[in-house]
Ligand binder design. Sequence first.
Ligand SMILES: Nc1ncnc2c1ncn2[C@@H]1O[C@H](COP(=O)(O)OP(=O)(O)OP(=O)(O)O)[C@@H](O)[C@H]1O
Ligand SMILES: [Mg+2]
Length: 368
Amino acid sequence: MLGMLGGGQLGRFFVIAAHEMGYRVTVLDPDQNSPAGRIADVHLCRAYDDQAALKQLAETCAAVTTEFENVPAATLEQLAQHCTVRPGASAVAIAQHRVVEKTFFRDAGLPVGAFAVVNDKNDLPADDSPLYPAILKVARFGYDGKGQARVRTRQEALAAFARFNHETCVLEQMLPLDYEVSVVLARDAQGKVAAFPLAENSHLNGILDVSIAPARASEVIKAKAQALAIQIAEKLDYVGVLGVEFFVSEGKLLVNEMAPRPHNSGHYTIDACVTNQFEQQVRALAGLPLGDSNLHSHAVMVNILGDIWKSTEPAWDKSFAHPNLKLHLYGKHEARAGRKMGHFTVLGKDTESALNLALIARAELGIG
Ligand SMILES: Nc1ncnc2c1ncn2[C@@H]1O[C@H](COP(=O)(O)OP(=O)(O)OP(=O)(O)O)[C@@H](O)[C@H]1O
Ligand SMILES: [Mg+2]
């Protein structure tokens, strides 16, 4: 029995992979309708700090992992006293907090964009600071562009900081982006790493929209991004699946942020790689050797958000008409604007043909 903290779509794909490999899974998630909870062998429908639920997880699971970074670090520490917990609480705690995360990257000598830590309104720089135009981001609980504001002046930054209830933030210089890429990798308990090919990502309204794998980047950028992601995993003595997001700005690679779990931009691996990111997560957690992370097709993944549910269900028949398109719906109970409801991946023998078809299929569903 393996344990999963969190019952979203990432947890659901983990349950599917674990089941195929002969494991049973207990999911802890307070939502009765959580996508992973609904297909788990045991769903503990409780809060992440519920003592009885944590006791049951510790007693019944050989190893526990997480599918989202906001699970309390104290929960992971507590579980670690009784069973294997991967990744460790300290790595998750770093990824939970933008200030700690950015400081960790900078102190490790990794390239990051210019930023300032804002604990107090006096920390907001004057208008002549080179940080403006900037993005103010709350340090905790941000995702999919939530808890972020674009600001051009100190006045605007003050207003945004007040809207964020004066919670600790980072103020990042708004970088001119050539494009964005990400690396998903798995690292096992012996320190062996299997990195997936670089994905190229584009966002719509702050949410991942399209991922292209392999990325249309130079070999130098590809090698550098993989090396940086591996460096991060090694510094953290990380065991599990790690996602690292990068900016390419004026030709330079900069680390944006990391996720201590499989990553949305790695969903293409389900259909296009020998071993997908969720099987790697199971393997790392269970102490098995990692699988082959090579790509066997060119792939383009498109996210499906709740926005396209109108009075009727989206026209899936149009998607199913494409033989190289693989649709994945997450079984969410209710569609809401901005909510990730599913994705599809188009496979092809080259990026251009896969991208052309993906954009047609995206338009057919009314995305964008
Ligand atoms: N400093 C910046 N300069 C330019 N663009 C930025 C900057 N920070 C963020 N963005 C844009 O906003 C997107 C979301 O930002 P970020 O990754 O920090 O947020 P997030 O809420 O954690 O998102 P997610 O959970 O989807 O990764 C980035 O992928 C990028 O497109
Ligand atoms: Mg991000």
